[in-house]
Design a protein around this ligand. Structure first.
Ligand code: FAD
Ligand code: DLZ
Ligand code: SF4
Length: 511
């Protein structure tokens, strides 16, 4: 008797554990497009198109290898709309009694499969996802008994274990971390590189029409769609990044520029997260470029830290702390998400530009996510669930295991500092220093006479005052709290009033 092997839309890797031991003569691989996965949040149209197109291409590749592949389309009249429903139907259709899958990347779906198994008593095997560098047990071993779970220390252990950027047991270049070199604003004279775009083929164009038809009210536009949808395309994109872009990745890692949504970032998160690339090969490519002298150490280290460090670490935190993690609300944030997160209609140029770029590309880079949309949500006290749903919906690379810790922990500090050692709260001065957004904004980050002050400024100080009892003990916030201590009562009250006016204007759609 053969086995049914289910592959999910973010498991498009030939070496996925669900395919281990595949018997080509007897087994059937199942991929299913289902409405529930397209609508549990209202995903950006590019995200749905990316996943469905990549699934269809992957199924073709499996068939080409002679593997029996059953592919259920979204508009199949018999489609139950649920992955568990399709798994049950396929078991009957192929008269199989045993199913295998790799664990889903998110809690919601893992629970759905486990409860389906409990209800049906199906003979069902859920295997570990071995595409990550650190297994669940490896992360637990590191985390157990530690007071603080800082990424930096986990990352160093993984550097030692993998040997990446190590020389004679020491970190290459004599330092673990080159962050201090990686905070340059981008001078106007720097020309940002052209990025590889992949013209949609007939199969992708079909999917794009399907997405327009089935998800017409979802956020975003398909016009610029050019994501890699096959492993071959993803490999080309990676090579192009390593050769043309990585050398400057470190220098401008923290910068933002209004006319350059991608700057020197890699754009590989979609390929990594749906399985077209593996984190190991990505890190090795960057390391090889450094060993061959093509890339400086601050760039290679900065990049490898994102993939080997942050990506593995946030996944570890997610599985260590779920399901309770998603329900914490350390700062008691309760505000509704303003409409401009969906429309881009706000006079705050930084937010408007980032939201519009997100509509066009289903992408914005890390600093835009953290220091513009994330920072504003933090300062204005947007409720965790509201802002998390937004991040999960609008980015083509968004999956709960990576989006949630980044939003909940890093951007809005809702976990009280488990992930970040301090809230990433910043006033307009930071955005002005690291970007050119403020030049074209009706607001003024420097609050000069006759100009309307940047809303981030009053919101920043009001955030610190409002959360003083929760945050003033944080050593990394000692400086701003010392500044606040020197303020008169009237000055503090004045800031709170200014912030209240800004919040009222935000609620009325006038900001
Ligand atoms: P690069 O800047 O070129 O970085 C290289 C790779 O490193 C990325 O592709 C990614 O795989 C990894 N990486 C970098 N930073 C992180 C990080 N903080 N956590 C995990 N991996 C990281 N990333 C997602 O993949 N999916 C998400 O849903 C997501 N949501 C985010 C939400 C918020 C509020 C914030 C602040 C960050 C989020 N990130 C998310 C992390 C990061 O912003 C994206 O990985 C990155 O912008 C993707 O673009 P890139 O491939 O050009 O990345
Ligand atoms: C995100 C997504 C979408 C939009 N559609 C599908 C689908 O039709 N079929 C499928 O197998 N997977 C899809 N996915 C990805 C799943 O939601 C993903 O596996 C989970 O988010 C777990 O990480
Ligand atoms: Fe954003 Fe303030 Fe700068 Fe305007 S002035 S772009 S709102 S930081």
């Amino acid at each position: 008797m053969g086995t049914l092997r289910l592959i999910l839309g973010d498991q498009l890797t030939r070496g996925i554990s669900a395919l281990d031991g595949l018997d080509k003569d007897r087994d059937v691989v199942l991929l299913a497009e289902v409405r529930e996965e397209g609508t549990y949040v209202r995903h950006h149209k590019q995200k749905i198109a990316l996943i469905l197109s990549a699934m269809r291409h992957f199924a073709e590749e499996l068939r080409h290898e002679g593997i029996k592949t059953d592919y259920i389309r979204l508009d199949d009249p018999e489609n139950t709309g649920l992955l568990t429903g399709e798994l049950a139907r396929a078991l009957q259709r192929h008269r199989l009694s045993h199913a295998v899958m790799t664990e889903p990347g998110e809690w919601r779906l893992r629970e759905a499969f486990l409860s389906w198994q409990r209800d049906t008593g199906a003979y069902f095997d859920m295997r570990e996802d071995t595409r990550f560098i650190a297994s669940h047990s490896r992360f637990e071993r590191w985390a157990n008994g530690r007071k603080g779970l800082r990424m930096e220390f986990f990352y160093r252990e993984l550097r030692r274990e993998t040997g990446l950027l190590m020389e004679d047991g020491e970190p290459a270049g004599g330092q673990w971390n080159f962050d201090a070199d990686n905070r340059k604003p981008v001078p106007k004279s720097v020309i940002t590189p052209e990025r590889l775009r992949f013209e949609p083929d007939a199969l992708t164009r079909d999917v794009m029409m399907l997405v327009e038809r089935e998800f017409p009210s979802h956020f975003g536009s398909l016009e610029t769609f050019g994501w890699p949808v096959t492993r071959a395309e993803a490999r080309r994109a990676l090579s192009h990044f390593i050769k043309e872009v990585l050398p400057s990745f470190g220098d401008y890692q923290d910068a933002m520029r209004a006319d350059a949504p991608f700057l020197f970032h890699s754009l590989i998160s979609t390929s990594l997260n749906i399985g077209l690339l593996t984190p190991r090969e990505v890190c090795l490519s960057a390391e090889t470029a450094w060993r061959e002298g093509d890339v400086p150490i601050n760039a290679a280290e900065g990049f490898i830290r994102q993939v080997l460090g942050w990506r593995e670490y946030v996944r570890g935190i997610y599985w260590l702390k779920m399901p309770g993690y998603a329900d914490t609300n350390f700062l008691d944030a309760r505000e509704r998400l303003p409409d401009f997160y969906w429309t881009g209609e706000t006079k705050m140029r930084c937010i408007s530009d980032v939201v519009r770029q997100t509509q066009s590309h289903a992408y914005s880079h890390h600093i835009q996510r953290l220091m513009v949309t994330g920072n504003f949500a933090l300062l204005s006290g947007i409720a965790p669930k509201e802002i998390e749903e937004w991040y999960l919906a609008v980015y083509a690379d968004a999956f709960d295991w990576v989006e949630l810790p980044n939003t909940h922990g890093m951007a809005i500090f809702a976990d009280g500092g488990l992930l970040a050692s301090k809230p990433y709260a910043a006033s307009g001065a930071y955005i002005n220093r690291m970007s050119d957004f403020c030049g074209g904004c009706v607001y003024d980050p420097k609050a000069r006479p006759g100009r309307t002050p940047c809303p981030f400024n009053a919101l920043y100080w009001a955030f610190l005052i409002r959360n003083q009892s929760r945050l003033s003990g944080n050593a990394r916030l000692a400086m701003p709290y010392r500044t606040l201590a020197g303020w008169s009562r009237q000055r503090r009250e004045g800031i709170m009033e200014d912030a209240a006016t800004i919040m009222a204007r935000m609620r009325q759609g006038e900001l």
